[in-house]
Every structure is written in structure tokens, then in C-alpha cells.
Design a protein. Sequence first.
Length: 398
Amino acid sequence: MKFNVFKREMPAVQPPERKASVTGAILAMSGQAAVAWSPRDTPSLIRNGFAGNPVGFRCVKLIAEAAAAIPLVLQDHKCRYDRHPVGDLVANPNPAQGRAELFESLYGQILLTGNGYVEAVGGAPGASPIELHVLRSDRMTLVPGRDGWPVGYDYAVGGKKHRFDMTGEVPPICHIKSFHPTDDHYGFSPLQAAATAVDVHNSASRWSKALLDNAARPSGAIVYRGTDGSGVMTNEQYDRLVDEMASNYQGARNAGRPMLLEGGLDWKPMGFSPSDMEFQKTKEAAAREIALAFGVPPMLLGIPGDATYANYQEAHRAFYRLTVLPLATRVAAAVGEWLARFSTHRTEMVPDLDKVPALAAEREAQWRRISEASFLSDDEKRAMLGLPPRAPTPGDGK
């Protein structure tokens, strides 16, 4: 029998328990391995329509920041809560983000990809999660079951993959998706609808950049007339002329430099064609189409030629009423219902419309109109304003 005198059993030391996102271990890996992109080619859309287009970038930022700034309240059929475990979790979802940052990331993912994913960390039946994290939509793949409903989600980064099991009592992932008429599992983003307009706008910007590189001057023609009346240059003369034009008269460095032409050469400038003159109008039309796809009034983006709204204040109010509030209400309801499943006490999460400055005039008129309706009871008035019934006070007989 052989013994290894150098081998020594060390007592096992259990590391302290820590709460952290299960995707944290694979987020640190950023190799060159292929990532499982969705069939919609999300990276190209984001690169061209958000990172490479100022109109798309501003639309997404404007909507996401406005929706994330709307205060949220928790209530049930009895009262509205000032303090609640779910509300405390939403206010401080994780060490790196607050409520506004978390929801801004979530709204941005929905606007760019049509899908938003929120992960619950440390949750168990009867207890609220410890942390909430927004996961990148382009890294998530839905795993359908035999009946077509999702049984899991695969989150892949740099060749590593983690599967979230959705067959338990409480799902660890909240998937919020926009309406898609031809896809059962993924949402349709405004960026996809605006893809053609984004290409037109980017192409017009590149044309303008090329024009500026040429000192914003239209092109022209060099006409050759030899001493013998011949209009044909020799090969050596042609190659020399091309080299001199490329080295001395092209590019931003040589902008405005006068041309020195030898005998027999004459410069004939050409004006802008009608199609060249329409480029700016085409670019503005494409910008309006991008704003239309996202639901942002062009007036708020400084795009000229739009007189849909009488003034800026009206456009701002329409932006909140038609774009920001529907998105914020739907997302808040989905996240609130999902978080309520971790507890036996069901609550709902709704935007606090009374704290939205853009709707102050509308809410004031609504409050005055309902308060003056003498044929309504107090509870009926509160219900019309989206408030729960008045909490009973000691001695009122309720």
C-alpha cells in the first residue's frame, strides 16, 4: 500500500452567502466567441438607428427618461401604501441602480428591441426578491415548450449560457414585449418600423458629409483642348492630371485651394442638380418618419416643417398622453403583477398622474369637475380619479 505523505486534507470552508445576479459570472467574460443574436438582427438596428442616428437616439432617450421619471405608487382595493416591501425594492432594486436607472434601462430595451427582461434575485414564495436586474434583450433567447409557451430563457454571453427555468411556481424572469403580429415569442420594436427611414436619413447625412469634404462645392469638369485642336489626352498626360487632382485638390485639407491649370485645360463648374437640392428635404422627411414611428412629436425634436400642434406645450402634453403614459402604465402593471406573485398580498403598481407636470392642467380640471359632482359619493369620486376607497378612521362606524 502506498501513502502520499505530501497530501493533506484541508477542512472545507464555506464562503459567506451573498446575493447577486446569476448572470454576473458570465457578464465578466467578453471574448470574441459568437453570441446568440435574435433573428431580427438587433445589433445592426441599434448600431444604425440608435448609436449612429441622432433622431433615433433622441427619441429613445426622450421616451425612456420621461417614462422612468414618472413616480409609481402601490395600492390595493383598500388603500394606497406609503411604505411597502415591493415599493422599497423598486426604489432600491440593486446596488448599482436606483428606480429611475432601472426603468430607464428597461424602457430603452423595449424601445430598441421590442422586449424587456427583468430578473428577480433571491426571491422565494412568500418573500419579495432581494434585487432586480434588467437583462440585455439581444442576449436572451426564449425556449418554447411542446405547447408553445416558454419553459425557460437562455442568457448567453461570450460562449457561456445560463438557463432561467420558467416552470416553477414563481418565474424568475418578467418578460415584457411589444405587440408583434407575426411572432408569438418576441416583440416588435419601433426601430424596426423606422428602419427604412433610418437608412434614408443616414444616407443623406453621409452625402452631406461628402459634400463638406469637397468644400461644399458642386463638382465640375476639366475640358482639354490641345494646340492642334485635338480633345484627346495621351495616357501619360491623363495619369499625371489624375495624380495631381488627387494629391492637390481633393479632401478637406485642400478645400478652397485654387486650381493651377496648364495650357489646354479649362475648368467648367457645374451647379447643383434639382435632385441635389432636394436632399435636405428628404432628410427632414426621414427624420419625421423616425419620430412618427416612436410616437414623438417632431416639434419636440426641433425638426422644421411640422405644424401638427399649435404650440410646444400642446405637443409636450400629447407626447405624454399618447406615448409616455401608455408605455409606463403597461410596464408598471406587468412588473407590479409579477412582483406580487412573490407574496400572498396582491397589490398593483400604477403611475402617479398627479405628480406629472405635463398633465397638471388636465388633472386640475378633472379634480375640479369630479369634486363639484354632488350626486357622487366620496368613494365614487376616488374611484374615478384612480384612487382606492378612503381608509376608515376610528369612530366613523366603518
